[in-house]
Design a protein around this ligand. Structure first.
Ligand code: GTP
Ligand code: MG
Length: 515
């Protein structure tokens, strides 16, 4: 078996919602592609905004401007639109922010005057074509450079669904921010530029298209909409040939990344800048060969796996702030929350009471799994909470460990290093970012048979699947992948590169030495 097949089958063996069809192997080697990821140090600080608005302002704004009027959300599910988080991913400059801005414009949340103002500002900064992206890119740095840095958040609705858009940065330096955005989402919109040369840099020469897809899969983004963007560009001119070329190159790669292309992936042509095939289908006079749906239709009808509203409550804390009390924000991964509930802040086991729950800008009495919420708590000070902590049910608290066993898929080690006890990396698991060390290799898994190999394992190389023991310095809240996939899948990164993806196989009681 060559390395490419090996990697494909080993990614499958991780069963990260493994795809069913087993045809199609990436024409290019995942390993090689990942090898070209940038080695420069990255900002490991993950920033998420906390202020609601049409487009939530970026930065750590700690004020909360919210309606005090109570909206019954989860209480009348039949009257209520479902809620989905959609992360926009893809290579730098693919058009993620432009598309996000256009969506807000088309859904009537940004008026012409504001767009004109952005046009002028973009022109003054010699970034004429970035005016739509300015809707999402609200920081001065982002506007000057024309690049998203922090994940932008905004909201829009289609007929049946309320969406939270998470506009991730494409630049390789901000992959940790992208990870944070993707870990909150169920659906990914993978934006690909069809412009001559841009698809190629994004895909073929070590761009972020591939890294983002692999990370999205690992982080639990179960559905992908692959948007072939910039179809209006003069080098493309809505060419069916170009669209087909991109689709035919992407399909095998998506399969090898674990996506079931038939069930979980949909492609469509689009222009984010002009706003074509987003809210309404592209006109035949513009694109005679497309008779499929537009972006809103696809998003509105996308089906995602149901989560159990009655499961034990789990909400990884992404951010916190003071607002006449302590407010924590995050996405509910399991269970439901209501005003008056008693919960635990883990790992420090502080008992708290829920004073109020906000969903987007609305105050609600309760919220269920999949919702992005802000919860005001009593019984704890803001200083005593860190992002990565988990708000958890009292009866069945989340697992707390400093050591765990995991099944790892080694993707690409720096300079072809060997992976052995003593290997150090940065662990990204839900909202936790923590240094870790591999303390012991336990078993190597045969990628073909998926069975443990008999011989003792002391080191492994690229492409290997290995069960090992991982240690962190601080207590972290995680779960077994088999029980809570969202709290049990992770990535290991070193010097800004994804070196491995994995799932938690077992928690070790804290205090165990692991020897
Ligand atoms: P990062 O945030 O840096 O990862 O980039 P991004 O994917 O958000 O791209 P952005 O929206 O900032 O757009 C980058 C450039 O592509 C801008 O000049 C846009 O005008 C241009 N662009 C985006 N979408 C389209 C499109 O549909 N057609 C054309 N012709 N240009 C587009
Ligand atoms: Mg952007």
């Amino acid at each position: 078996m060559d390395i490419e097949e090996e990697i494909q089958s080993s990614i499958r063996s991780l069963e990260l919602d493994a795809a069913e069809d087993d045809v199609g192997i990436a024409t290019e080697d995942v390993k090689e592609e990942l090898a070209s990821f940038d080695k420069e140090a990255v900002k490991e600080d993950v920033q998420i905004n906390s202020q609601p608005a049409v487009m939530e302002p970026k930065g750590k704004t700690k004020e909360m401007k919210v309606s005090e009027e109570v909206v019954e959300l989860n209480e009348t599910p039949e009257n209520r639109k479902r809620h989905l988080n959609v992360v926009f991913i893809g290579h730098v400059d693919a058009g993620k922010s432009t598309t996000g801005g256009q969506i807000l414009f088309l859904s009537g949340q940004v008026d012409d005057r504001t767009i004109q103002k952005y046009e002028k500002e973009a022109k003054d900064k010699s970034r004429e074509s970035w005016y739509m992206a300015y809707v999402m890119d609200t920081n001065e740095e982002e506007r000057v450079k024309g690049k998203t840095v922090e994940v932008g958040r905004a909201h829009f609705e289609t007929e049946n669904t309320r969406f939270t858009i998470l506009d991730a940065p494409g630049h390789k330096s901000y992959v940790p921010n992208m990870i944070s955005g993707a870990s909150q989402a169920d659906v990914g919109v993978l934006v690909i530029s069809a412009r001559k040369g841009e698809f190629e840099t994004g895909y073929e020469r070590g761009g972020q298209t591939r890294e983002h897809v692999l990370l999205a899969k690992t982080l639990g983004v179960s559905k992908l909409v692959v948007v072939v963007n910039k179809m209006d560009d003069p080098t493309v001119g809505w060419s069916k040939e170009r669209y087909d070329e991109i689709e035919s190159k992407m399909v095998p790669f998506l399969k090898s990344s674990g996506y079931n292309v038939k069930k979980d992936v949909q492609f469509l042509p689009m222009s984010g800048l002009i706003g074509t095939n987003i809210k309404t289908r592209v006109d035949r006079s513009v694109c005679p060969w497309w008779d499929g749906p537009c972006l809103f239709e696809v998003l509105d009808t996308i089906e995602i796996p149901l989560r159990d509203p009655k499961g034990p409550f789990r909400m990884p804390i992404l951010d916190k702030f003071k607002d006449m009390g302590t407010v924590v924000m995050g996405k509910i991964e399991s269970g439901s929350v209501r005003e008056g509930d008693s919960l635990l802040v883990m790992p420090n086991k502080v008992q708290v009471k829920v004073i109020s729950v906000h969903c987007d800008e609305n105050k609600v009495r309760g919220a269920g799994p999949g919702e992005n919420v802000r919860i005001k708590l009593s019984g704890i000070e803001e200083e005593d909470i860190l992002s990565g902590f988990v708000l958890s049910s009292v009866e069945k608290p989340v697992g707390v460990v400093s050591e765990f066993d995991a099944q790892l898929q080694i993707i690409e080690l720096l300079d072809n290093a060997i992976f052995t006890a003593g290997y150090k990396a940065v662990l990204h698991i839900h909202s936790v970012v923590e240094e870790c060390e591999i303390v012991k290799l336990l078993q190597q898994i045969d990628p073909k048979t998926k069975k443990p190999m008999k011989k003792k394992v002391l080191f492994v190389k690229n492409g290997a699947i290995v069960v090992c023991r991982v240690q962190v310095n601080n207590l972290i809240c995680i779960e077994k992948f088999s029980e809570f996939p969202q709290l049990g899948r992770f990535t290991l990164r070193t010097e800004g590169k994804t070196v491995a993806v994995g799932k938690v196989a077992g928690l070790l009681p804290s205090g165990t030495t692991g020897a």
